[in-house]
Design a protein around this ligand. Structure first.
Ligand code: PLP
Length: 365
């Protein structure tokens, strides 16, 4: 039986990419070395990181006045790096919290505000309804002098997405795009900064992409050189040894996405996959999706539940036996979650729907 991996991250990677990596594993393009053995200062690696950046710029149509950085520490380290670099003395920084990861970003900012002088503000939150929709707010309440407005484009755990960016009264938007980068088309110029951990749509865990507008790069040094966007940018992401193998896989993924038609083609495919599952859930009286506003539904992470916790448990058990891996919902919300990022095949969603139908038949009252 085919294994379908519904993991929210690290997630499924395109087979042709893994095959290429396997082919090049012992001898990278005639170098006689594995990519893992290449110096990050070598001409071979220089070509890899430059090609990765170029392709990402092409895929996302990143304007020239934005830097692209390949960093480490995951998206979670960005929760700290953002205030350290972007916060302005005594000024506000707003957080729109539509999910657990956004809450973590906000919490980290509050923690840092005890050490550095800035004023993190909770602009909007849907925590009181277990993040079942994207919270809204009145843009007139935003202080124009604020440093940034932070948001999460895709709430991985709760399965909601901001498709249309809010009016932030001219204040730059800083976005955690970890779970829908390259899966949904956004206009980079609408953001001050975008960041994403690689392990969903880009490659192995360990690489973090940062796309930052030049004017937001800090002029004064921050706490530590490793945490300093300016230093990382001035050194072309080679201030220290970068995650070379992860950057190599990212490059292969970027090339592969381009060969399939780029982000628009990915989005079309993702909409097709997600619609199949949502349509089935909506027609069923057995399954439900906890998101309360249909327009906020994610096309990347689709949570769903059966009528009871016991049946959820049974579903997860039988799904695993059926070689549907990692479909269990996040430990904080329970139920099930199908993460169907770019590399997840349509056939996997078709098989899931067939499985869900059969499970319903066996277990409806
Ligand atoms: N932000 C979002 C939206 C996520 O989905 C995740 C991880 O799943 C994170 C942040 C944390 O990422 P990392 O584990 O790379 O720190």
């Amino acid at each position: 039986m085919t294994v379908y991996n519904f993991s929210a991250g690290p997630a499924v990677l395109p087979k042709p990419v893994l095959e290429m990596a396997q082919k090049e594993m012992l001898d990278y393009r005639g170098s006689g070395m594995s990519v893992m053995e290449l110096s990050h200062r070598s001409s071979e690696f220089d070509e890899i990181i430059k090609a990765a950046e170029l392709r990402l710029r092409e895929l996302m149509a990143i304007p020239d006045n934005y830097k692209v950085l390949f960093l480490q520490g995951g998206a979670s380290l960005q929760f700290s790096m953002i205030p350290l670099n972007l916060a302005k003395k005594s000024k506000k920084a707003y957080y729109i919290v539509g999910g657990s990861w956004g809450k973590k970003a906000y919490t980290e900012a509050v923690k840092l505000s005890k050490t550095i002088d800035f004023d993190p503000q909770l602009l909007a939150s849907s925590e009181d309804t277990v993040y079942n929709h994207i919270p809204t707010f009145d843009s007139k309440t935003i202080d124009k002098e604020a440093a940034y407005v932070h948001l999460t484009t895709n709430n991985t755990i709760e399965g909601t997405t901001i498709y249309d960016l809010p009016d932030t009264n001219g204040v730059p938007i800083v976005a955690d795009m970890s779970s829908n980068i390259l899966a949904v088309r956004y206009r980079v110029a609408d953001f001050g900064m975008i960041y994403a951990g690689a392990q969903k749509n880009i490659g192995p865990a360990g690489v973090t992409i940062v796309i930052i507008r030049d004017d937001l790069l800090n002029d004064t040094p921050v706490l530590s050189s490793m945490l300093d966007y300016r230093i990382q940018a001035d050194n072309g992401s080679l201030y220290n040894t970068p995650p070379t193998y992860g950057i190599y896989i990212a490059r292969l993924v970027f090339d592969y996405v381009a060969s399939l038609g780029g982000v628009d083609a990915m989005e079309t495919k993702n909409v097709e996959k997600a619609t199949l599952l949502y349509d089935f859930i909506d027609k069923s009286e057995f399954y439900s999706n906890p998101v309360s506003v249909k327009a906020d539904r994610s096309i990347c992470n689709i949570p769903f539940v059966t009528p009871s916790d016991e049946l959820d448990k049974l579903f997860n058990k039988e799904a695993l036996e059926h070689d549907f891996k990692n479909i269990k919902g996040h430990r904080s919300v329970g139920g099930m979650r199908a993460s169907i990022y770019n590399a997840f095949p349509l056939e996997g969603v078709q098989e899931l729907v067939a499985f869900m139908k059969a499970f319903e038949e066996r277990n409806k009252g």
